[in-house]
Design a protein around this ligand. Structure first.
Ligand code: TRP
Length: 453
């Protein structure tokens, strides 16, 4: 492959821009909305520990692998897998891996946009002072009333999807970079402020205990799977988002360092969210396992009570919406890049079609919270099924295959050359993790859930 090849979609203007965009993709609803509620549902500390192990042992090596594959081919994930398969002289079936990723991205985006719509609606609620002086019960009633209304959910879901499509339509440099640059530091600063509030509550230590003190009796096979799935979901792994961003990555960037930075930042934001939310839960006698509404039922309590809570609340939800946007653009980009590069669509047209499809699929999630709340397959609503199918099955399976591809199929010379680690020792560690540890971990967790182990 010619060294000077660049992606058709342009390149990041700097190393910083790539890190920013990949961090933007990783940090999102997964950290602030999903991590706390699944930690609550799965018993706390032990779950968090498994999650952290998965980030270090599977997440970081895999993020390096995905970035590397993308940068080598400089193409969309489907094409990347085709090109690299040929280059390695491997079986052509590997290219379906790209398809799996694009499909997972669509399915995730469909519900992601609905939840991001909730966050958008909460900007407005915070702005009009809905939480001011409200009791926890009233705040829960606001949430329940809101999700019971399909019209409202559809409105905010549509607005969020439209924003995603518009940003992606403008192309990677103009659209992506500018929109991500300002919000991550803001989100972080606001979260630190909220930790201050959490420390002032009666339930602070109880919250910390819940989050960090492992009680292994609470750990089931399924919660291990959920923890692993969350590591994939939160780091945006297993479906080609990071691969696509890697394709826009200039040659002189250290893949190892940026992967560690991104995983570190992502993990810190998730833990901060937990440190903020659980003290509020315990101070007000709420339940940690109240499900997807958890963030929306707890944080407004802080905003309604703390000094300057109106401003903090408005800014926080704005920052959350932007963090979600920088993730949703990563979810849609693999499909968009494929439509442009393989099907010859213009960028705006590719965005329009993929956005409309994901929007339509999202209606299933909208109705899961109201009209179809009692419609269940395998005991789960459409939203729960989509989430389980993508985060707990498709992403780990995609990740497993990517690990095998990077560790076993791709030529060593090529991966060594792309990663350019300062010492061959580090390369060997990476190779071991990606060839053995990551695939074996995914495999055993699956066996465990199926009940074979
Ligand atoms: N990581 C994002 C979050 O935590 C969501 C996301 C973006 C994602 N791109 C992804 C999840 C790719 C899985 C795969 O909010």
């Amino acid at each position: 492959m010619a060294e000077e090849k660049k992606s058709q979609q342009g390149e990041w203007s700097s190393r910083f821009a790539f890190i920013l965009a990949a961090t933007g993709s990783a940090v999102g609803l997964g950290n602030i909305w999903k991590f706390p509620y699944i930690t609550g549902e799965n018993g706390g500390g032990a779950f968090v520990l498994v999650y952290l192990l998965c980030v270090v042992l599977i997440g970081v090596p895999l993020m390096m692998a995905e970035t590397m594959l993308g940068r080598r081919s400089k193409e969309n994930p489907i094409h990347t897998m085709e090109i690299l398969t040929k280059e390695a002289g491997a079986d052509h079936n590997w290219q379906y891996l790209g398809w799996l990723g694009v499909t997972a991205g669509f399915l995730i985006l469909s519900y992601y946009s609905v939840i991001a719509g909730w966050a958008t609606a909460y900007v407005v609620k915070a702005f009009f002072g809905s939480f001011f002086g409200a009791t926890p019960q009233e705040i829960k009633a606001i949430f329940d009333g809101f999700v019971a209304s399909p019209i409202q959910l559809i409105f905010w879901h549509s607005l969020f999807m439209l924003a995603t499509m518009l940003i992606v339509a403008r192309g990677i440099e103009k659209g992506f970079e500018r929109s991500i640059r300002f919000l991550l530091p803001w989100l972080f600063a606001l979260m630190i402020l909220l930790v201050g509030y959490a420390m002032s509550t009666d339930g602070y230590f109880q919250g910390l205990n819940f989050l960090f003190k492992p009680d292994f009796s609470k750990l089931t096979a399924n919660s291990v799977l959920v923890a692993m799935g969350q590591a994939f979901f939160s780091l945006s792994l297993g479906m080609g988002s990071i691969m696509v961003y890697g394709a826009y990555l200039p040659k002189d960037v250290s893949i190892a360092k940026s992967s560690m930075f991104i995983a570190g930042a992502d993990t810190i934001v998730a833990l901060l969210a937990g440190i903020i939310i659980f003290p509020i839960v315990f101070s007000h006698g709420l339940h940690p396992n109240s499900g997807p509404g958890l963030v929306f039922e707890t944080l407004p309590i802080a905003f309604g009570n703390m000094f300057g809570g109106w401003l903090v609340g408005v800014l926080f939800f704005i920052a959350l919406v932007f963090a979600a946007l920088s993730s949703s653009i990563a979810l849609i980009e693999p499909a968009v890049a494929w439509l442009i590069e393989n099907q010859g669509y213009s960028r705006p047209k590719a965005c329009l079609y993929s956005g409309l499809l994901a929007w339509f699929l999202g209606l299933g999630t909208v109705f899961s919270f109201n009209a179809w709340a009692n419609f269940k397959l395998f005991g789960q609503t459409i939203f729960e099924l989509l989430d389980y199918l993508t985060a707990n099955l498709m992403l780990p399976i995609g990740g497993f295959c990517i690990a095998i591809f990077a560790g076993w199929i791709m030529k060593q010379d090529h991966s060594r050359h792309e990663l350019e680690l300062p010492d061959d020792k580090y390369y060997q560690v990476w190779k071991f993790l990606v060839s053995y540890v990551a695939p074996a971990a995914v495999f055993f967790v699956f066996l465990n859930v199926v009940g074979v182990l």
